[in-house]
Design a protein around this ligand. Sequence first.
Ligand code: NAP
Length: 248
Amino acid sequence: MAVNQDGSGRVSLVTGASRGIGAEIARLVGAAGDAVVVNYREKRPRAIAVAAEIERAGGRALPIGADLSDDKSASAMIDDISRTFGRLDVLILNASGGLERGADPDYAMRLNRDAQVRLVELAIPLMKPGSRVVFVTSHQSHFYGQKPVPEDYEPIAQSKRAGEDALRERIPELLERGITLTVVSGDMIDGTIIVRLLERRDPDAVSGRREHGALPTIEEFASVVVDASLAQVESGHTFYVGGEDYLS
Ligand SMILES: NC(=O)c1ccc[n+]([C@@H]2O[C@H](COP(=O)([O-])OP(=O)(O)OC[C@H]3O[C@@H](n4cnc5c(N)ncnc54)[C@H](OP(=O)(O)O)[C@@H]3O)[C@@H](O)[C@H]2O)c1
């Protein structure tokens, strides 16, 4: 399958694509003509349903389970992609976590920083010049240290910021291979599980954000992530979605 000038015909891996924002990104890149690897950690039936939806719409999708915080599991996924497609054109680093019940205190850093960098390292041999890495993050993480963060969210914000910094440090090495990194940072996204849970537990935290304007939807955020995988911008460019007050 060749990559066309408009970017279609690419092979894209979307991590954490079994639900929420990742699932929507997978649907959109699938509709744009990419062959999509729908990565999930444990929600296999959901990932299969996302892949089936992409295929019903005329696209090509392959669900692959891999816990990114487990090196063997991440390596096995990359081997699977190598065997199936022989290459990877777009790596969308969407999966994130750390608030899971029973997770050890290091887990957020292992997943949101170490596993992101490791996956890029594993994927590099499959990525030709012109390939893209897109890191998906939240304003609360991207602006960590500059703006207050709810206490519960602190480990996520800190580890995702550390992940972004660690990826940015690799920009020169990626550029030598012709691979660009873009970052997409969003305000709270309406309709996500995290925002619904937060709204129940701490309604003021969410209404406080709504006071600055309507929160972006999953569809709006996902479409900017897809744009970020196509746009001709300098490596390291950040796309912002919502939360104008963060930017002033
Ligand atoms: N929600 C928001 O308001 C918001 C705002 C701005 C930015 N973002 C960013 O958008 C991205 C997605 O957020 P979301 O709210 O859609 O997330 P979510 O609903 O919590 O979904 C997380 C996804 O990541 C997968 N995942 C979790 N741990 C994993 C691991 N160890 N290995 C592989 N996959 C793993 C999950 O797979 P399983 O379902 O199989 O466990 C799931 O598909 C994150 O990077 C987040 O920071 C979110």
